[in-house]
Write a protein that binds this ligand. Structure first.
Ligand SMILES: [Ca+2]
Ligand SMILES: [Ca+2]
Length: 306
């Protein structure tokens, strides 16, 4: 039996990790690794908040509608939040203008560069502002957070004037349907991701500066570091015993993974989804395969993509 890890639409050199040979096996077994390219353009949404899960609550504030008037409601992003929450008792609350001065996250050091940040793991921090109630602090004690798998918000924000504001409770919660990636260039790379990883715009999506065989766009989609040659999506283990196969791959805690399968590598055979994991960061699978020849690949899925 022989199996290989191949790249798709990439030089084989860098991803051809291991080839095993065993004597006299009827079945040939190949594994193939691929990152699928996602959509290229993200248009700023009027709000990302779910239409039936939109209310936070504060005892001294009452209900706060994160969809606002829906045209300028809250936008929860990969890097920053923006838009407005509306509470009947205190009026509009501003989560930030969506354009942090450093193009990545608000610094919250001045009244012109304030807002609520998302740290990439779902944790929310920073300041929102309401003209009638002043600053609202998203900080560690209240542990405000967006669940990257479900979009559900949890924890509390603190207002000196209104006390704790609950983002989820027994009867209502705030949920975001998507995470806004920021302005996305035609090459598919969001502006804040480019600045965070390369210090500026104009990054070549097809380049591979760390030489690990994954392009910058593939690294973005897989949530890996485009400047770390040891960090890229790859199948790391495969073993077959009888008809039972076990396989493992590198993971990120911010990604879902999907195993796909097809019977040949030519275009007459289409990839079909073999198994999709519903928990973030799942990195291995065991399964029976009775076929004569199958090819497998692992896809990283960025959750809550617009
Ligand atoms: Ca790379
Ligand atoms: Ca890398």
């Amino acid at each position: 039996m022989r199996w290989e890890i191949l790249s798709f639409k990439q030089p084989i050199r860098d991803l051809l990790l291991t080839t095993y040979s065993r004597p006299i096996q009827a079945m040939k077994f190949y594994t193939v690794l691929l990152l699928l390219l996602g959509s290229l353009i993200a248009v700023p949404a009027a709000t990302t908040i779910n239409a039936t899960n939109q209310y936070a609550y504060g005892a001294n504030l009452g209900w706060a509608d994160w969809r606002g008037d829906t045209n300028s409601g809250a936008v929860i992003g990969d890097y920053v939040c923006s838009g407005y929450i509306y509470a009947a008792n205190v009026g509009w609350i501003n989560l930030g203008n969506g354009s942090p001065a450093n193009s990545v996250r608000y610094q919250n050091l001045s009244g012109t560069d304030f807002g609520v940040n998302q740290d990439g793991m779902g944790n929310l921090s920073g300041y929102a502002y309401g003209a009638n109630i002043g600053w609202i602090n998203f900080e560690s004690t209240g542990a405000p957070k967006v669940n990257l798998a479900t979009g559900n918000l949890s924890g509390y924000a603190w207002s000196a004037n209104c006390g704790w504001i609950s983002l989820s409770n027994a009867v209502a919660r705030v949920r975001t349907d998507t995470l806004y990636p920021g302005l996305v260039d035609l090459n598919g790379l969001p502006l804040p991701w480019q600045v965070e990883n390369f210090g500026g715009r104009g990054v070549d999506a097809n380049a591979d500066p760390d030489g690990d065989g994954a392009t910058n766009l593939q690294e973005y989609l897989a949530g890996t570091n485009p400047n770390d040659a040891n960090d890229y999506l790859r199948i790391t283990f495969y073993h077959r015993s009888g008809t039972y196969n076990t396989m493992a791959w590198t993971t990120q805690p911010t990604r879902f993974y999907e195993v796909q399968r097809r019977t040949t590598l030519d275009n007459a055979s289409t990839w079909s989804v073999y198994f999709t994991f519903t928990s973030l960061g799942a990195g291995n699978i065991g399964f029976d395969d009775f076929g004569n020849q199958n090819y497998y690949r692992v896809r990283a899925i960025k959750p809550l993509s617009p």
